[in-house]
Design a protein around this ligand. Structure first.
Ligand code: F0G
Length: 458
């Protein structure tokens, strides 16, 4: 069959000029930022692949929706539109809006976790795990082993290992496990999807023991697209249908709408359980705002409602994930060590393979992100030992198997030409890899240290 290319299902109506510093200026900026890309000024960045969170371009419909903001303190029209959308598109019964995902994680953790509980999950996520711990729980990784191997080509590396889950239940008892934390596309594994087959099996097992499933649905539509592309029996289903089926197998959901849902700020907690809804509605007024706005403006909720509908369109996902795959394939063709298969929201560079001469105590992924910025002004993010933080009991670093740098692609923002520039820079940095020196941490914040830690060159 002749190759037919995908193209973006939109045209560009407004542009934002980019700024490019000289190499000397970038070296200075990186040093001043303590070799932490989170501490760079955005104006000093050329192509910003730090995150896909809150960095999407909104559509003309979403911008028009912003003008329909009903900024009443209580009962905003936009809240009801959002509530209807969450019911129609996602299938969850009750909605509590929040300013972003971690606020929903905070509430669900406090509501469901008791001191001494265990929370099994398909790999940790930084904020999710911290909220579980702060509520008195202990996170237990039950993802399949393939997820920790950057070279495993298994198509559903987000799957849960049912034996690991069963063993935990046998060991600590079902009454110590309030829920399984299940994320659609596993961020820290490289944006890897979970299969419907696995999710159904997890539902069956948890049902037997009366254990809930809390769904981190931050990138659920991207996961649905991967199921459509790769899982038997789903080729003729739409992304929208698959999203609904995934959600129907879970009890509660936390959402960072800054990703899939194409807005710059927003999130929510959704649940089918009226008691959890009742508690969350009580709690949200303490931390976020009234239950009909949860820290958001009316216009933000309107843009979110429209973004949710756009996010489940097949054409949108084809181009969104297609662009990520395009960059990944370019790097694979050049022999760059990346996490395989390429996931949905970014390409993850294997920093251990870039820098076999650096130990994890010399922060190889942190080093690689800094080198990349100095080479071309491309900003990426460390996802390795710095992100993994310290063990709560021993105080030692957690040493994750994966030491990654994430090139995260914002939705509808950059073009294929930008991806080419990024690929060329990564190749350049790889060619010079043996000259790289590691880093030492000179400032370490108490929580989520990767955001604000500072480093010096060894
Ligand atoms: N869950 C997942 C899977 C996430 O990727 C994020 C955020 C959150 C929860 C928290 O949501 O930021 O709205 O409070 N991830 C961003 C990232 C920060 O860059 O991957 P939030």
């Amino acid at each position: 069959m002749k190759k037919r290319s995908w193209a973006e299902p939109y045209k560009i109506k407004m542009v934002e000029p980019l700024n490019m510093l000289s190499k000397k200026e970038r070296e200075k900026a990186m040093e001043e930022a303590g070799y932490n890309t989170f501490l760079l000024r955005s104006e000093d960045v050329y192509i910003d692949l730090l995150t896909d969170s809150g960095t999407s371009a909104m559509s003309d419909r979403q911008w028009a929706g912003m003008m329909l903001g009903d900024e009443a303190y209580a009962g905003s029209r936009n809240f009801y539109h959002l509530e209807d959308t969450v019911r129609d598109v996602y299938g969850y019964k009750h909605l509590v809006p929040t300013h972003q995902g971690r606020a929903a994680e905070h509430m669900i953790s406090k509501i469901l976790i008791k001191e001494g509980d265990y929370i099994p999950g398909n790999m940790y996520f930084t904020t999710t795990k911290l909220h579980q711990e702060m509520a008195g729980g202990k996170f237990v990784d039950v993802i399949i082993d393939e997820a920790h191997d950057p070279n495993s080509e298994y198509p559903f590396k987000g799957d849960i290992d049912l034996d690991k889950l069963q063993n935990l239940i046998d060991e600590v008892g079902a009454d110590k496990i309030p829920y399984v934390a299940m994320a659609t596309t596993v961020n820290m594994a490289g944006g890897q999807p979970i299969s419907m087959k696995n999710l159904k099996a997890v539902r069956e097992l948890t049902k037997k023991y009366g254990i809930d499933i809390v769904h981190d649905m931050t990138r659920v539509a991207e996961n649905a697209y991967m199921i459509q592309q790769k899982e038997e029996g789903y080729q003729d289903k739409t992304v929208a249908e698959i999203v609904k089926e995934i959600n129907s197998l879970t009890d509660h959901a936390t959402m960072s709408a800054k990703k899939d849902a194409l807005v710059n700020i927003g999130g929510f907690l959704a649940t089918n359980d009226p008691r959890v809804f009742e508690e969350a509605r009580n709690m949200v007024v303490v931390y976020e705002g009234l239950h009909t706005y949860g820290g958001l403006a009316g216009r933000d909720m309107e843009a979110m409602a429209i973004g949710i509908k756009e996010s489940v369109m097949d054409e949108h996902q084809k181009a969104r994930v297609g662009q990520v795959q395009y960059l990944g394939q370019k790097l694979l063709d050049a022999g760059i060590p990346i996490v395989k298969p390429v996931g949905t929201h970014g390409v993850f560079l294997d920093a251990k393979a870039f820098y076999p001469h650096l130990t994890q105590d010399e922060f190889p992924a942190q080093t690689l992100a800094a080198e990349l910025y100095v080479d071309s002004g491309v900003r990426a993010m460390e996802r390795g030992v710095v992100s993994a933080g310290r063990n709560k009991e021993t105080g030692e670093h957690n040493y994750p198997k994966l030491e990654l740098v994430r090139l995260t692609i914002p939705r509808r923002v950059y073009t294929q030409a930008h991806m080419d520039v990024v690929a060329e820079s990564v190749i350049e940095v790889y060619e010079n890899a043996k000259n790289a020196r590691g880093l030492k941490m000179v400032y370490e914040p108490k929580y989520l240290r990767f955001f604000q830690a500072r480093f010096e060159k060894l």
